[in-house]
Design a protein around this ligand. Sequence first.
Ligand code: PRX
Length: 633
Amino acid sequence: MNFADSYRQSITDPQTYWANEAKLIDWHAPFSTVLDDSNPPFTKWFVGGKTNLCHNAVDRWVATQGDQPALIAVSSETEDGQLHEKIYTFAELQAEIERTAAIMLSLGVAKGDRVLIYMPMIAEAIFAMLACARIGAIHSVVFGGFASNSLATRIDDAKPALIVSADAGSRNGKAIAYKPLLDEAIKLARHKPAHVLLVDRRLVPMTMIAGRDADYAALRRQYIDAQVPITWLDSNDTSYILYTSGTTGKPKGVQRDVGGYAVALASSMKHIFCGKPGETYFATSDIGWVVGHSYIVYGPLIAGMATVMYEGLPIRPDAGVWWSIVEKYKVTRMFSAPTAVRVLKKQPPEYMKKHDTSSLKALYLAGEPLDETTSQWIASALGVPIIDNYWQTETGWPILSIAKGIEDKPTRLGSPGVPMAGYKVKILNESTGAVCGANEKGVVVLEGPLPPGCMQTIYGDDDRFVKTYWSNFSNEQVYSTFDWGIRDADGYYFILGRTDDVINVAGHRLGTREIEESISSHPNVSEVAVVGIEDKMKGQVAVAFVIPKNADAAATPESRRALEAEVMAIVDKQLGAVARPSRVHFVTLLPKTRSGKLLRRSIQAICEGRDPGDLTTIEDPMSLEQIRAALAG
Ligand code: PRX
């Protein structure tokens, strides 16, 4: 079947299409209904079916390829910067997961309980995720780069019975203590987890809290021979929650099911990523982000592939580190982000040439717009196709791409491609809701029902799910991606950035409102506006404009520098360095409408040297002059 026919069937007859795809995974009990969309926008896939993500990712493969690599954990965060590698076969991975699952059960974790995972990129993090999946606990991984306040908000929302963490992460050979941040977060949070399970890497000393904190190594020894059977789950049970940023300061808990997610990943691994059992997959993301969930952990393993988990920078010990991994483990499919490629592009080319990357068949890039120069550079350096793919935490797998596993349809520079199976993509005019013509800019929306694998709801808040995503157009109920886009005459889509206050820094999705709230907690900050501005390397960076309470505090260049450093430090402490603005400017006025709404798009336009747009509602035009002056100064 060619791609057009296959896609058409997924839209006109989703029952048949997805029932076929569902054969790619193991079911403990068959489903009775493929799709239940009787209560839109809530969608249930494979109703009545029973399955398990851990079974499909690991146990299923033990019988046929138990002695083959499943998890290849590589770290360059070592004292000498040289690579440290540990390989777990499918059988070994299963044993580790059973140990971790037994520990969790011994700590009272039951089906449906939440387990928050705040971990660096070490194998134990994957054991913990899969152990949750095995016993039906709901994991919520929080990115290790986040700090106390970010963690506390998530603890209060997810109310975990257990938190799994470690003494420290490491960046460029320098230990970054996690435990004090975690202790502080638990202190800040209203909800107190009964237990904290800690992996001691012996990077920094840890103070254990008696009665609450448990040592992973000691418990692992105790449960070394544990056997923990799979808990068969309903297809629509919840597998995990992953928090992501939006327009408000409160992160949204994207909630995912079990059966639909497993099928979507198996299907995308076959048709988009073309993965085969026995091959090796390498995604350079982090388990704290959705790419890590779908394409470091679940996707490759469900496809029977070995997956590489890499802790470290792309340039340590040198800029050839990723290619040395490709060479050594004969990686066939690799997934990364444009920012990482731009970092490598600045390095001398010999690092790439030093390694034999001939096993590699394609490089997949996602998370931010892929510019043509970056795409062409890496394509010619590697000599493989570069496959852009566009999606979101909310969807869990690509909305737009090129399904090379079905048909070798050409890619188009600057475009992530065409809609993947089950996604009914439309571009709507922001104000009228009318469908845009070819090459006309509008909001990218998806018509319901969304395909398997997409979010079920916002954890604990169905109303917010409907209001946030499905209520942006009065004429029809569609899912808004909050991205601008266009569709060309041939049906290829182009993504033109966010319509809301979300920014994308080096592929990391951040909410400007969260950063503003953090900055506002500084005692000398009266008002603040944070916008994302274009950056050649990182795609975007955050820039803050602050009105100080006491103007004297920003009267001289020295005092401004000192206050800027304080503001940055408060963001580091509360949210994590990943959210730190690249610059903090001081003004006495911020551009607002007469009704008091911040004119963020105008601020952003001025920062990027563009026309600030319609200013008929502005309260005081002098405020824009202040932004210009602050940038010039
Ligand atoms: O703005 C789009 C951008 O990243 C957002 C989703 O980020 P996140 O939830 O972290 O999920 C990333 C999954 C890959 C989108 O709303 N984005 C993602 N992929 C692309 C992209 N923008 C342009 N091109 C892409 N390929």
